[in-house]
Each structure stands twice: as C-alpha cells, then as structure tokens.
Design a protein around this ligand. Structure first.
Ligand code: 5CU
Length: 377
C-alpha cells in the first residue's frame, strides 16, 4: 500500500470576528472586553472564575489585570494564516470561541448569529481549501429561528458543523427539548464540536484560587469535567440511541471520558434504580460503543498519556489534531514564532503512535479530511 501524504489539519482553532469583539466591548458583565490603566492592551474577560479579579481591577488601578490580553491573534484573519504557516498547518476548521452566542437575548441572537456565521463563511472564502468552519447556533432564540439557522449554515459552502457549549437551551444537553435540534443537525450532516465554557462552580476552587492559582483550576480541571458531565448526561438520557446519526467531536480529547468510561459503565451496572427500570440490561449500547460509533475526540490533551487513553477509547481513526489557538500563547517567546502549546500536542501524537506512522498521519490530518469532507471545497 502506498504511504499517505502528511497533511496537517487543525480542527480546534478559534476566532472572535471584529463584529463580535464590538459586542463584547459594549458589555458591562462577563463576557466582556475592557481596558484597564495597568496595561496597554484591552483585556478579554470570559470566565465566571474571572469575576473576582475583574471586580478587584475595577476598584483598584494597581490590582493585577483580569482575563487575558486581547491580542491580534483573537480577531485577525491574517494572523490566523500566519499562525498556520508558522506551524505547518495546511487546513484549519475555525470556530467562534466561547461563550459563542449563549449570552445574547432571544430577540437578538438569531440576527447576530446569522451575521457571525456569514462572517466566518466570508473569511473561509478568502482562503479556499485552507479554511473551513464550525458555525455558531443562536441557542437563546425560539425553536423556529434555531432550525432556520441550521438550514442557513448547512447552505454555507465551507461550513462543516457547529460548535456547541454544554448549556444547550439552558438545561444541559440531556434536555428533551434539544431533540429536534440534534435531529436537524444529524439530518444536515453537520458534526457537533462540543466545547466547554462554564466549568464548575467557583466555590469548588476554594478561596485562594482567584488570587494565587491563575486560570489553572478552571481550565485544566473545570473545562474537562464540564465536558465529561455533559456527555455522560447525554448518554444516560438515551439521546445517542434516539439520534443514531448524531456525530460529536469532543474538545480536549473528551475531557476525562476515556479515563472514566469504565467507571461510568460499572456505576450503571450496579445502580439499583437503572437495573429495576431495565436501563442497564442486555442490548444496551455501552458508553464504550458510543465512543467508537458516534463520538470523535480532538487531540488537544498535551501529553501522550492522555492521548493513548483517547486512542484506546475511541480509536486512532477518530482522533483529530488541534491547537486551541489563540489560547495558550507562549509567555516568554515571540507570539509570532512557534507556540509550545502546539508542539506539546504534536509531540504527544508522535510519542503515542510513532513519528511518520500511518496513525500519526491520520490523527494529524487524514481523519479530519475524511470525516469533515475537507477535500470538497
Ligand atoms: O484561556 C481560556 O480561558 C480559554 C477559553 O476560554 N477557551 C478556550 O477554548 N481555551 C482557553
């Protein structure tokens, strides 16, 4: 068999288009963009965990600035292409970063969503074949607006799926009211890219976190647990059986799902209520099966240990490389150069499956090209 060519595809790479940044600049509650006297660059404040730091910096001009600097990496298309070129990335599937359209009112989200998706479509059109995108859905809008949005994004040439947070319509992803949305997405052949934003309640991090531990706890632990909980709730609700054509890519290699799937299974088998209600018996598709049939995982886990667990759980043919650009820039080297956060993920693939192996080529790009139809412009 002829060896396949390496093409690198980044399926986890975000942007906030300029129009979206304007919305954030006009806001007074998180998410928002604001300038502080202690630093020249505007700050992007996204997470509820950043609330205390925001309050302190607002009241005290000497307090440390909250959030992260809003650099050109967040909103500039030229910068995205430069980042791709610097890291040898052939194709990127770009998506709006969190918290997407989740905070918009019901009356405005449909229209803003349409224009944001149109903007992503236009950006992809400027680099045909190099850029595709996951669209954002106006989840706070009425159902007919939401369904119309799915039809709209399906018609956009470079759209390959949608990016979704874990709140769904406000009650999580096991909400029966989401079924028509999942059905419409599956029928439209639009893959869901599931991404965390809400983390865990602030109290979990304890009183020292905001002042002493930076963003480590919400990002390293809150994000992956959020994803794990959301997908486990979906699994327990039966939605994967109800919508068999539903396809989801889970961010950050599925949170902790590959590691915890065995424990989830054991808890189901040993749960008196589920056994009595016939929900744990023979014929049930296990979470292992769902992981191999309806779920894909990105390879944004920064270590071969987690990556091997992801491969064992879903299969090397279901893993897809990502960078999480523009998050996690280098702090002590030039942002225009190579990013260590990227090489950590690329190295994890090499160590896990062998440099230049067919599995490495698949994870680095081949899988994304076939799963997301990136050969069709
Ligand atoms: O650094 C962060 O807060 C984030 C974020 O908000 N979203 C993301 O995708 N990665 C990192």
């Amino acid at each position: 068999m002829a060896a396949s060519k390496l093409r690198v595809v980044d399926i986890h790479t975000h942007m906030y288009p300029p129009s979206y940044i304007k919305i954030l600049e006009a806001r007074t509650t998180i998410p928002l963009v604001r300038t502080f006297p202690q630093t020249p660059e505007p700050r992007l404040i996204l997470l509820e965990a950043e609330g205390k730091a925001l309050e302190e910096a607002t009241n005290d001009p000497t307090a440390k600035p909250p959030g992260r600097p809003l650099t050109s990496h967040f909103a500039s298309l030229a910068q995205k292409i430069h980042f791709m070129d610097t890291h040898g990335i052939d194709i990127s599937v770009i998506s709006l970063a969190n918290p997407w359209l989740d905070f918009l009112s019901a009356s405005e989200s449909g229209e803003i969503g349409e224009s944001v998706n149109q903007e992503f479509s236009r950006m992809c059109g400027e680099h045909p074949g190099r850029l595709f995108f996951f669209a954002a859905l106006p989840l706070t809008a009425p159902l007919d607006t939401l369904l119309a949005a799915i039809s709209h994004v399906q018609s956009l040439q470079y759209c390959r799926g949608i990016i979704l947070g874990t709140s769904g319509l406000g009650k999580g992803l096991d909400d029966p009211a989401l079924l028509p949305i999942f059905e419409a997405l599956a029928a439209a052949n639009l893959t869901i890219f599931l991404h965390p934003h809400y983390g865990l309640p602030n109290e979990v991090w304890g009183p020292r976190a905001s002042a002493e531990y930076g963003h480590v706890l919400p990002l390293a632990l809150g994000f992956p647990m959020e994803t794990t909980i959301a997908v486990t709730r979906m699994y327990l609700s039966g939605v994967f059986d109800q919508v068999r054509d539903l396809r989801m890519i889970l961010a950050h290699s599925g949170g902790t799902l590959p590691f915890l799937a065995g424990r989830i299974e054991s808890c189901i088998m040993h749960d008196g209520q589920l056994v009595r209600e016939g929900k744990a018996g023979k014929g049930r598709r296990t979470i292992w099966q769902v992981l191999k049939e309806q779920i894909y995982l990105d390879a944004v886990i920064y270590s071969e240990v987690g990556l091997k667990a992801a491969i064992d759980a879903s299969g090397a043919d279901r893993l897809m490389f990502g960078t999480d650009h523009p998050f996690f820039p280098p702090l002590e080297s030039d942002e225009q150069g190579e990013w260590e956060s990227v090489s950590l993920n690329a190295d994890a693939v090499t160590i896990a499956v062998g440099e230049g192996s067919e599995q490495a080529k698949a994870i680095m790009g081949g899988n994304a090209i076939s799963i997301l139809r990136l050969d069709q412009k």
